[in-house]
Design a protein around this ligand. Sequence first.
Ligand SMILES: Cc1cc2nc3c(=O)[nH]c(=O)nc-3n(C[C@H](O)[C@H](O)[C@H](O)COP(=O)(O)OP(=O)(O)OC[C@H]3O[C@@H](n4cnc5c(N)ncnc54)[C@H](O)[C@@H]3O)c2cc1C
Length: 477
Amino acid sequence: MIGGALEMTETIQAQVLVVGGGPGGYVAAIRAGQLGLKTVLVEADRLGGTCLIRGCIPSKAMIHVASEFDTMVKAAAKGRHGVRLSAPPALDLAETVAWKETVVGKLNGGVGALLKRAKVQVVEGWGVFSDAKTCRVQTPGGAVSIAAENVILATGSRAVELPHIPFGGPVISSTEALSLAELPRRLAVVGAGYIGLELGIAFRKFGCEVTVVEAQDRILPLYDDALTAPVRRWLEKAGVALHLRAKAKAVETRGNATELAIEDADGAEQRIAADRVLVTVGRRPLTEGFGLEAMAVDMDGRFVKVDGQCRTSMRGVYAIGDLVGEPMLAHKASAQGEMVAEIIAGRKRRFDPVAVAAVCFTEPEIASAGLLPEEAKAAGHDVMTAVFPFQANGRALSMEAGDDGGFVRVVARQGDHRLLGVQAVGAHVSELSAEFAAMLEMGAVLEDVAHTIHVHPTLSEGFHEAAQRALGHAIHI
Ligand SMILES: Cc1cc2nc3c(=O)[nH]c(=O)nc-3n(C[C@H](O)[C@H](O)[C@H](O)COP(=O)(O)OP(=O)(O)OC[C@H]3O[C@@H](n4cnc5c(N)ncnc54)[C@H](O)[C@@H]3O)c2cc1C
């Protein structure tokens, strides 16, 4: 640099360098710190990653407020079992977003405190590798070079952009949708996966006119029709316009008016007036801009290739979370992070779960662990299934969760009754997912579930009864 001061670069030696402070990276760093390894975490944004800052947590906070608002709207319109509001509720979205930010802020601060307690050094800035074990970070206080014995890549993912409908202006991703200053009167959602539907449903509950456009012939394509039918019914009842087998073609803005042009299932063009177009067509791993090409790791399509211990093809370099493949879920990222820290510390671990449960926080919710019936058949099992409807569950009825078509379904092997999968759809079923996963992980048979005394009155009794029903002796149906 001519005439300027020569910039000094601080050099840090680390046993473990984690790049990315999401649920994969920060959990890996905390665990490595707990195990006494000198650990450095590099994060360019706020600690917590996609999940905590612009994903799982803020979306669930907004979904919660939307449901409360919707309940109040109904109480004002017709009254609800003796509760009547004398005037309709008013929504101040800016205040809602500010509350959501306080939730995010608390968790973000908590992650910082936990890292500090585990003696992890946090380096703030974007990391760029010059080789597999050397990473340079431009921090607010100057350049830092980190030389690491082991590297954990946890750079996560970003929203997929449609080339012909790029983000910007009225076209938004889930990130912007969670921080809007004003409620759009009309919202078009492109993509009926879980992120699009969770947010589309929340905005409908806030009072927006919502249209959903999906290229496939069904919503939530990862689940079967039985599981998604209650969600479809809700969408229909709530007046959400659903265009299946339809392609989003273009967004045109003239003055203040924005239209989404779509090609519908018959090949005809339709134009949907919308104030905002939310594009949720998937997420892709973040593999660019941090010198991955200098690290000589093998790829598996767009993902970084890893083995059953999250090792990449480069010795001492591990990768976890959204960067390494499906399911792109926070709890999978955390489980991999914890495991890799323990492997580096010398423990014997493998990432080989029986099930990574997944939940859609739609209306109603869907929870799924293990194999769906068709997947179990395709895997060659002789399958038996049984369903228990929440209509016959006292707890569901007592909290108005019995009339949305919800149920618990067990999928088991005929021969030995081994549980292969458990799914549920219905209000609040997200909280059942842990028991589903635990039973699968413990290798339970139907009798294990049927002989476990489930608390009354809870929705979990639906799982108990579904197992009993598979065995031919349900009590309440
Ligand atoms: C709207 C929405 C809702 C979601 N809801 C759920 C849900 O309910 N449940 C669920 O399980 N999952 C949910 N997800 C998915 C979940 O957020 C991800 O699976 C999870 O965050 C992945 O964790 P990760 O640690 O792999 O990466 P991320 O959380 O994406 O974190 C990666 C971090 O790395 C940082 N980074 C990247 N490159 C660099 C670099 N070179 N230098 C410094 N820092 C870098 C980024 O700034 C980021 O903070 C949701 C996602 C979205 C978008």
